[in-house]
Design a binder for this molecule. Structure first.
Ligand code: FES
Length: 106
């Protein structure tokens, strides 16, 4: 279980618990957190679950693989710390993680 804080572009924060093995995209959708769409259902094929991960956490969240990085190229506002939330699975190690959302997913 990990407590994840999702911060909307306008600064509104939503702190929710996400079960281990559940993606951070699913964790947002199932908890009604706005700002993450997840149109492709978690297949790294839509980039509507684009988030920014604080650099201090990349050792635990990992970094995008080639396919994820290519999909992120299609997202508005890609940064060095961009990730697809569907490609990060919750675990005890991610307890306390804060992720920020871009202005738009489309
Ligand atoms: S849900 Fe489509 S890329 Fe993550």
């Amino acid at each position: 279980m990990a407590r994840i804080t999702y911060v909307e572009f306008n600064g509104t924060a939503h702190s929710v618990e996400v079960a281990n093995g559940v993606s951070l995209m699913e964790g947002a959708i199932s908890n009604g957190v706005p700002g993450i769409d997840g149109d492709c259902g978690g297949n790294a094929a839509c980039a509507t679950c684009h988030v920014y991960v604080d650099g201090a956490w990349t050792g635990k969240t990992g970094t995008p693989n080639e396919m994820e990085d290519a999909m992120l190229d299609l997202a508005d506002g890609k940064r060095d710390n961009s990730r697809l939330a569907c490609q990060i699975l919750a675990s005890d190690d991610l307890d306390g993680l804060v992720i920020e959302m871009p202005e738009t997913q489309h």
